[in-house]
Design a protein around this ligand. Structure first.
Ligand code: COA
Length: 183
């Protein structure tokens, strides 16, 4: 079951922070940082949704989104599935639900940036300049980087920010159109 994470949902908020630290420690190295992120995503202008196990009420993953280009593009941020629950369709369910939430707001495009800080793709550990586009055109996964997940979900690679996380550690940019373009 997918539910909104509300300010009153203390257990979900705590579990969401723990999942962030556990699955994305480079972004959120400690619980304090992760809790601050969860709180920030509860702002009414943003979206925060949790995949909850029906029987136990435990959080098995969560997803957020915020406006990036007003009226047109929202950014998916963050997304994490609880350790041990990968490849069971939870990420897919969360993304599809988020797409619906964003679409209802009249938004056409969902964007996501997916860092490669651990040499998981052919973009890592090298100088991508001057022909960044050529490097992107031959992008390959080396060990399970999440860009492959987003591609499965219908996202296209639309760019990269070289050295976004330090030399040789790029951010891979993807986007998906959620609704037909206006004629
Ligand atoms: C990336 C993540 C959200 C995927 O969630 P998940 O629940 O394992 O994904 P699903 O089971 O819903 O997979 C949906 C599809 O994507 C595929 N997939 C999942 N992870 C993949 C990966 N890393 N690379 C390529 N394909 C992947 C699945 O095989 C499935 O394919 P199918 O369409 O053939 O069935 C999850 O692994 C995770 O939380 N990772 C750690 C945190 C993280 O990296 N977050 C993203 C930061 S940008």
């Amino acid at each position: 079951m997918i539910v909104e994470i509300t300010p009153g949902a203390r257990r979900l908020r705590a579990e969401a922070a723990r999942v962030l630290v556990d699955r994305l420690p480079r972004g959120w190295p400690d619980l304090r940082a992760a809790k601050a992120e969860v709180e920030a995503m509860l702002d009414p202008s943003r979206i925060a949704r949790a995949f909850v196990e029906d029987a136990s009420g435990a959080l098995l993953g969560w997803i957020g989104a915020l406006e990036l280009y007003p009226g047109h593009v929202w950014e998916l941020h963050p997304l994490a599935v609880r350790r041990g629950y990968d490849r069971r369709g939870i990420g897919r369910a969360l993304v599809l639900d988020l797409e619906e939430q964003v679409r209802r707001r009249g938004i056409q495009t969902l964007f996501v940036g997916s860092d490669d800080e651990d040499g998981e793709t052919t973009l890592a550990g090298r100088d991508l300049y001057p022909d960044v586009v050529a490097a992107l055109a031959s992008l390959k996964d080396l060990r399970g980087h999440p860009f492959g997940f987003y591609q499965r979900m219908g996202f296209s690679v639309v760019g990269a920010v070289p050295d976004a996380n330090g030399p040789g550690k790029p951010d891979i940019l993807l986007a998906k159109r959620l609704a037909a373009l206006d004629p």
